[in-house]
Every structure is written in C-alpha cells, then in structure tokens.
Design a protein. Sequence first.
Length: 224
Amino acid sequence: MINKVILFVLILSSYTFAQKKTLPDGFVYGTDLIPNIDVTLRYFSTNNFVGDTITGYQANTLIVTKPTAEALKKVQAELAKEQLGLRVYDAYRPQRAVNHFIAWAKNLNDTLMKQSFYPKVEKQHLFRDGYIASKSGHSRGSTVDVTIIDLKTNKALDMGSPYDYFGEMSWVAHKNLTPLQKKNRARLQKVMRTNGFRNYAQEWWHFTLKNEPFPDTYFDFVVE
C-alpha cells in the first residue's frame, strides 16, 4: 500500500513538473516565486466587462515573464511591512483573449455589463477611445493589472473606481476622489514605479515592466 502511495506521489509530481515545463522560455508561474500573492483573474470569471469567461483563460493562474515576477516579489515584500499585499486581476493575456474582446466590441447589441463597466461610454466608441485594441501589452507577458489589499481583511483598498472601469474615473490623476482614494492610488503608483514598473495614465491598475524582455512579441499560449 505504501509503495502505491509513493508511486502515485511520484506520478503526480512528474505530471506537475511536466505541466510547468510547457511555458515558453522566460515565463514563470508567479506563485512559484510569490506564494502569498492574491491571484484573482477577472477574465477567468464572469465578473468583467464582457460578462463571460474569456477565451484562453482556463485557470486562475498567474503567468508572467521571470523579471516581472521578480519585480512583483519586491513589491509584495515592501507592502507586507504595512500588512498589505498585491491582488492581481490580470497578467499574461493570450492573443486569443484579445481577439475575444475585439469580437465582443463589434457586437453592439451585447451590452450586458454596460452599467457596471462603461456606463458613460458608447460601445461603438470603445476602439476610438482606446479601451479596446487589437494588440495588448499583456500578451508580451510583462504587464499586470493590480491593486492593494489589506492582509488582515483580504479586502481591496478603495481606489475610487472599480477595476476595468472605462472612463475618466479610472485615470490616475482623476481629481474627483476622496483624500483616502487619492492616498491609496498614490501608494500603489509609488510602490510599483519604485520597483521597476511604468504606469498607464488612464488606468490606475495597469503597469508594465520598464525593461520587459519581449517588447515586440505577442504570445498566444493559454493560461492554465
């Protein structure tokens, strides 16, 4: 019986190792380097602007380039000093997921999540206004969407707008915020930028590694 159990463990370990070996060179599973990071991939759920699980997301798994994971580890360690941590809403995103967004955006009759995510933007203007694009930095593997959580409550800090909200309320420098919301945004911006990331002015959650290893390559392997 013991031999059977050992054999099963060895087979399971070999299977897990084989699964991890499927990542392209230069990519890692984020939780291998940062076991305590909160991974809440919105596109593996229906809680997103489409209202459905997105093509290419087959698991709630954090995948990024190795330098990105190393930088996130530094961010996590710095936040932990204040009993805070990172929550990752999105990281590596396969091109097929971007294609799903494009197809959705062209279907003007599908406005299921409009009130939650783009109440002040007409769907036909999502391309024009830059909310949807044919290519995403996420597909290069070094862009992440993150927020800060309180480790004691596991709740996200109030950033003044929901994640993936299409509108000026999500702009980093948006002025119609409470003092606490401004403080929380400033804290996130500072900790990410001082650890090697550059921000995106129209999305408080969006950061790209400054020296990303694949600046011109858009990958399409699935998240699993």
